[in-house]
Design a protein around this ligand. Structure first.
Ligand code: MN
Length: 329
């Protein structure tokens, strides 16, 4: 159950789109997320990258974390590691992640908040559950999205944006049956808070059982829907899409989707979906682990720069904590 809710009747509404004369996008592909272990061993569901990365361009990766109910001592994170060449967007629906990085950015990302980190030329960061969550356990549910940077911006200065839950722009579907949280980009003239180098739109919607969500969508953006929980159908043809599946739309200027009237127990409030798309960058991609560049030579350079400490340093106070912990062993 997402932390950010609202009475949709009080919110600005998406426009009613005419059934005839609207270029509704059809379904190009349905992709089943695969399961991986990340960081210290927490499970993610990953709909992309898959066989064809160009389908998702400008996005590189989507990791769906949870929803999971951690017991005491079970919560896991991702200790210090580097990135170069793209941006990471971490959206926490329930629970919390604590972020610290080598440029002094940091804070608690919790209950509807988003952290936007531009790795650019290089950054080191860690993403860990807060101490009280490790001690007590609890519900954790979040998403990390990687957004590519074009060649000309791969080596920009790293940047950190802390977007509070209350900063998301809240909208409702035309009939009030769906709540839409605009995390980044613009939807029907309403701007979300995230500032992006690569033009994207990124939304989290809760669609009440049986309700329809329709929206205009830029023709030059790709468009995808990922299901966090529940079930529904997408496009005019009504293709079923359920938890852990990604629907990739074809060309057109509007999207339509509908929540199933009957929802599973973990999604009683409705169909929980991410709707996302952006302007494809259309450049070659060379990637290795946490580095995403244009050529293999640039990947080799990134590894050398990381080894030489040129992607940043772990802040001294963290090293101090670590060495005092080590001394106790
Ligand atoms: Mn990371």
């Amino acid at each position: 159950m997402p932390a950010v809710t609202a009475d949709t009747l009080t919110l600005p509404r998406l426009p009613e789109l005419p059934e005839a004369g609207t270029a509704w996008r059809g379904v190009r592909r349905i992709i089943q997320a695969r399961k991986f272990l990340e960081g210290e061993g927490f499970q993610v569901r990953r709909p992309f990258p898959g066989v064809d990365l160009s389908l998702a361009d400008p996005f590189l990766l989507l990791d769906h974390m949870g929803a999971v109910e951690y017991g005491p001592g079970e919560a896991k994170g991702a200790p210090w590691h580097p990135h170069r060449g793209f941006e990471t967007v971490t959206y926490i629906i329930d629970g919390a992640f604590e972020h610290t990085d080598s440029i002094g950015g940091g804070g608690l990302i919790t209950d509807g908040a988003t952290q936007w980190m531009t790795a650019g030329a290089g950054i080191l960061h860690n993403e860990m559950p807060p101490q009280d969550m490790i001690a007590k356990g609890g519900l954790f549910h979040g998403v990390q999205l990687w957004v590519n940077l074009p060649k000309a911006l791969k080596m920009v200065q790293p940047r950190y944006q802390d977007i509070k839950a209350r900063d998301a722009k809240l909208l409702s579907s035309a009939d009030g049956g769906a709540l839409v949280r605009v995390i980044a980009g613009t939807l029907a003239g309403h701007d979300g808070p995230g500032v992006t180098y690569s033009p994207i739109t990124y939304l989290h919607a809760t669609v009440s059982p049986g309700a329809r969500l329709a929206m205009p969508w830029p023709e030059d953006f790709n468009a995808m829907v990922y299901v966090l929980s529940g079930r529904g159908t997408i496009a005019e043809e009504g293709r079923p899409l359920e938890e852990g599946q990604l629907g990739v739309f074809g060309p057109g200027s509007a999207l339509t989707m509908r929540a199933a009237a009957g929802q599973p127990g973990n999604s009683a409030a409705g169909w929980e979906i991410l709707v996302l798309g952006g302007l494809p960058i259309n450049e070659p991609i060379s990637r290795y682990g946490p580095f995403v560049m244009n050529t293999r030579q640039e990947i080799v350079q990134a590894m050398e720069d990381f080894q030489a400490g040129r992607l940043g340093q772990i802040p001294a106070e963290h090293l101090a904590h670590r060495s005092s912990a080590d001394e106790k062993l």
